[in-house]
Ligand binder design. Structure first.
Ligand SMILES: [Zn+2]
Length: 154
């Protein structure tokens, strides 16, 4: 399968990107920039772009890549299409959970992120429980603080 791509270099961050796939704006007669770099995105889309970059940076570090791998980019797009509830940050946290928390070996990954749909829900539950724990601890801190406040109240 041959895919036509329109690669341009962002005039602001100098990253090469496909202007058919990522929001782009024309900053001069021939130069493009990421819409996120040019500051013309809605706050919601700007956050999405930030999350996409954070995911790509994590993947490049994980696989020791200099540039984002085309096959992984397609995997991400497919997962987002197939699972409307998935997000860039959710995929990043899933990978962080699988490789960072669970210490699974990257060697079995075959240079891809095919593991994501298999552990996405498990990772979500893990982070939700972590959040619940932190809420409980915050509550404990408040309770521990209350008597002290009473002591000094006249
Ligand atoms: Zn840019």
């Amino acid at each position: 399968m041959f895919e036509l791509a329109h690669y341009v270099t962002c005039a602001i961050c100098k990253e090469k990107f496909d202007r058919d796939k990522y929001p782009a704006v024309l900053v001069s007669s021939r130069r493009y920039a990421h819409a996120s770099c040019a500051g013309t995105l809605s706050p919601e889309d700007a956050q999405k772009e930030k999350d996409r970059k954070a995911l790509e940076e994590y993947i490049m570090k994980l696989f020791n890549l200099e540039h984002m791998d085309g096959r992984i980019t397609l995997q991400i797009q497919k997962y987002l299409q197939d699972h409307p509830e998935y997000t860039y940050s959710g995929i990043r946290r899933t990978l962080e959970y699988f490789y960072g928390v669970k210490h699974n070996s990257i060697e079995k990954a075959n240079g891809g992120i095919g593991i994501v749909p298999w552990v996405y829900e498990e990772a979500k539950r893990y982070y939700y429980n972590q959040w619940l724990l932190s809420q409980k601890n915050a509550e404990k801190d408040v309770q521990a603080y209350v008597p002290k406040v009473r002591e000094i109240t006249i």
